[in-house]
Design a protein around this ligand. Structure first.
Ligand SMILES: [Zn+2]
Length: 141
């Protein structure tokens, strides 16, 4: 039996009780970004600390990806036959707006301003049989 591993521990921390997204907060001006950058885009400061972002937010804008994306960092099934459409959206968390996959891909079930919560989705198995997961948002109700 493998275990779950984060596709990118820099942005998705799954070692705690609950998975959380990790953003960066500028110590000088308080600006928060996701993902975390080496420098603050607002004040050009370089004193950035990692922070856990809230797990719930509201859907801000979204679209449905109906064909396999061509470019990285997409790591899921790239064969058209294995591909399932998925939603992609901007979710407004208490600290910052993040772009993420959505578990829901039915356009009729998504609407602007709806409550969303953080969850994880399996991408693939690695050579050791671990389940490689990424973050996604699911409707909260
Ligand atoms: Zn700053």
């Amino acid at each position: 039996m493998g275990q779950q591993v984060s596709v990118n521990p820099f942005v998705l921390d799954i070692d705690g009780d609950e998975p959380c997204l990790v953003g960066g907060r500028c110590v000088d001006c308080g600006n928060v970004t996701f993902p975390r950058y080496a420098g603050c885009p607002k004040c050009a400061g370089s004193n950035i600390e990692p922070i856990e972002l809230g797990r719930e937010g509201t859907l801000w804008a979204w679209t449905v990806q109906g064909f396999p994306p061509k470019s990285p960092p997409y790591l899921g099934a790239n064969d058209a036959k294995d591909f399932h459409p998925f939603g992609v959206g901007y979710v407004e968390l208490p600290e910052v707006i993040v772009e993420a996959r959505l578990t829901e891909s039915e356009p009729g079930k998504l609407k602007e301003g709806m409550a969303m919560k953080l969850t994880m989705e399996s991408l693939f198995k690695d050579e050791e049989g671990n389940d490689v997961v990424t973050y996604a948002f699911a409707p909260a109700e």
